[in-house]
Design a protein around this ligand. Structure first.
Ligand code: AMP
Length: 394
């Protein structure tokens, strides 16, 4: 193999995605996924040269998962030595005010990512494990951290600052940092290219197990739904999204819950899991089809929140040209897309039922030609975006 590659490691809360990317062609040379880390059963899938290897085994933690991944590279190819890896790119959710772009990993960067753990409690610790194992096993190439918050570092102050007493907010760095920025930046950029316009007013809905919305005008983010941490905003797999902060005081005073218990409740036991009993949308639809009212209510709460954000961001931008769905739910759940666009029909948005039901890995327009707003499905490719950002530093 003569191409230069970047190994991108996306070490998440319960999963590790990895990809060996040729940043010049955009081609993925190998990829894989470790799923359900910390659960009773786990799965590791490695893909290379059309061959898929699957291991079904418990994956107790991220360190174990990543070492299994590297073993699979050597067993199934390409071996790490033949891959010509020139950099490792690590996805990092929370970069706080420190990082408005990618950063070469050194002790100082690691210390800052650690310092930011309280702002990204579900993610930064997992990233640090990924970085630690990566540095150990691939010590002779540069490692680059690419931050999910970087795209949102230039949000207008009116969108980034909460109406919290100024001295307290500044002393404790409380502001909207956003998350999923690499995805929002990549998808909005690709949609601009696809529609041949660089002046678009766009909303990107990144709907995965974590979910966020962004408003992007002419390539610049003007608002986003995740805030100080990835807890704020949309209803997610296990997170509440928006909730009156007074619920925290109430649970503390009336239920006697500790801050850590409430944190766990809001971040892990709520969202679709807390409402419908499962965080996976496929399972939620099964329950809806079986007539479970809680599941239908959960879906309606999920959709209601989305309608509110689309309406609010359209108002913030003074219009909307394109609404794009991305990530696990956004890319795959045509039923959810159809129900949301139906609710947004008052805006003149119309979905083409046939185009919407096509399953494809390509970015595509799913609205009708007479829709006032283009509706798109565009697969996010955070790995390619990370690989390209990493290459800018080496
Ligand atoms: P992500 O975090 O982007 O990997 O998205 C993971 C989530 O995508 C899962 O928890 C599911 O809820 C959702 N998902 C994946 N495939 C489908 C599908 N075919 N239909 C509906 N939801 C899906």
């Amino acid at each position: 193999m003569t191409t230069r590659t970047v190994l991108v490691i996306n070490s998440g809360s319960s999963s590790i995605k990895y990809q060996l990317v040729d940043p010049d062609s955009g081609q993925s040379l190998a990829s894989g996924l470790v799923e359900r880390i910390g659960e009773e059963t786990g799965t590791i899938i490695h893909r290379h040269a059309g061959e898929k290897t699957q291991l079904d085994e418990p994956v107790p933690d991220h360190g174990y998962g990543l070492s299994e991944v590297l073993r699979l590279f050597d067993e199934k190819g390409p071996t790490l030595s033949e891959a010509n890896i020139v950099a490792v790119g690590h996805r990092v959710v929370q970069g706080g005010r420190y990082f408005s772009g990618p950063a070469l990993v050194d002790e100082d960067v690691i210390a800052k990512i650690s310092e930011l753990v309280p702002l990204g409690p579900l993610h930064n610790p997992a990233h640090l494990k990924g970085i630690e194992v990566g540095l150990e096993l691939l010590s002779d190439v540069p490692h680059v951290a690419v931050f999910d918050t970087a795209f949102f570092q230039d949000l207008p102050e009116e969108a980034a600052r909460y109406a919290l007493k100024r001295e307290v907010a500044d002393k404790y760095s409380i502001r909207r940092y956003g998350a999923h920025g690499t995805s929002h930046q990549y998808v909005s950029g690709e949609v601009s290219r696809m529609l041949g316009r660089d002046d678009l007013k766009q909303i990107v809905l990144h709907l995965g197990n974590g979910a966020s919305a962004s408003a992007v005008v002419a390539g610049h983010a003007v608002d986003t739904s995740m805030g100080l941490t990835p807890l704020e905003g949309l209803v997610m797999g296990g997170r509440t999204g928006d909730i009156d902060p007074a619920a925290v005081f109430h649970l503390g005073r009336v239920a006697g819950m500790s801050v850590d218990e409430i944190d766990y409740l809001f971040n892990r036991e709520s969202g679709m899991k807390g409402l419908a009993g499962d965080n996976d949308m496929r399972e939620v639809w099964k329950r809806i089809d079986a007539g479970e009212q809680d599941a239908r209510d959960a879906m309606d709460i999920y959709l209601h929140r989305l309608v509110k954000y689309v309406g609010a961001y359209t108002a913030v931008m003074g219009g909307l040209d394109a609404l794009t769905f991305t990530a696990g739910i956004g890319e795959n759940d045509d039923r959810l897309r159809a129900e949301l666009v139906e609710r947004l029909g008052f805006m003149g948005m119309r979905i083409d039922a046939d185009k919407n039901s096509v399953r494809s890995g390509d970015g595509r327009i799913v609205s009708t030609p007479d829709s006032a707003i283009a509706v798109l499905v565009y697969p996010t490719n955070e790995e390619l975006a990370i690989a390209r950002q990493a290459m800018t530093l080496i």
